[in-house]
Design a protein. Sequence first.
Length: 381
Amino acid sequence: MQIVEFTADTLRFSDALPAKAPADGFVWVFVDRDELPIHQALLQQAAQQLGGSALLDLHRQDLANALHPSHYDFTSIYDLVIFRRLATQAETRAEAEHDAAVTAYHGQTRTKPRGGLPAFNRISSRAVGFVVFDRLLISVHPRGCYTAKSFIERSLTDAKFSVDATSARNRIPSGPADLVLRMINAMVDSYLDVRKELTTQLEHWQAELLKPNSRFINWGSLMGARSQLHVLEDLCDEQHDAIQEWLDSLREQPMSSFAANDQLAQSRRDQLVARARDVVEHIQRVVHHARRLEQSAETVVQIHFSAQSNRTNDIMRTLTALTAIFLPLNLIAGIFGMNFEFIPLLHLPSGFWWAMGSMALVALTLAVVFWRKDYLARTRR
């Protein structure tokens, strides 16, 4: 567990819970979800001492639930925001190794790792919980969460290298809600970054599907990719609903909850609303892109089957034309093969060559006719 005190222009780490929040700042307490049961008493003390109200049992259960969807709830004292961030490659790899180890331990047959596009296998999320008071922020993260660590490092760098107090003040969060929105914005940016990789790899599969004489066999992987796109869309819809509800709550809060000075309170409120709207807009972009990728995947599958159908039609057309060419030849051969004693040309020395010449002429004539009608030509691609 880490305790960080933010003031107007700097931040500092603390080993113990302060008796009260800084007059010009707030306190941030963040803990790994695995260690949440150990620090529950201290978190309740912080909520009561610095926030003014203990956490509800239902909210504590929500924070401890690693599978909880993105969600927003509130009381008269604090807000609860749960946001699911994108898992990192290291977390995804560690989870796969853990599942393989558990499977091997129980003596089961090890399942084959998922194939297909590696980027789609990264669409896995982790729940991050925030309890937002006026002067206190409690956040619960997965173990080794990059969001909290990267923000602390960036804040320390900004505070250290700022040229003046005004610049440092602008880089330090003005309150717990501002800090939460900055971290959520960083989480959403990871979704915006991964969409480029998703697009590139899906376009690669599209090119494979649309190749002439394609022998595409990875249908299971493609269906898995489409399923992951559904998961991404549902995930972003939940995020959008949670942040939109919190944005509506921020707009309805009284000015006194932001600052004692009306002008400063209005400025901070406008800043929070603008940042929240920016996060909502980023989530909408991810949702739009996920839906577009899903439609693109469905469209390319339909185009692939249409192309396969056209190739089948070309083959059947060619076979039908060849069959039509040989039908008259079979007729002539059948006539001269009948068991009649008197058949024209049957007993002539040149009868065989007359029959072969007529068969060749009929076949050549039909071939020319079918070629001019494009029955024997390949479809241009």
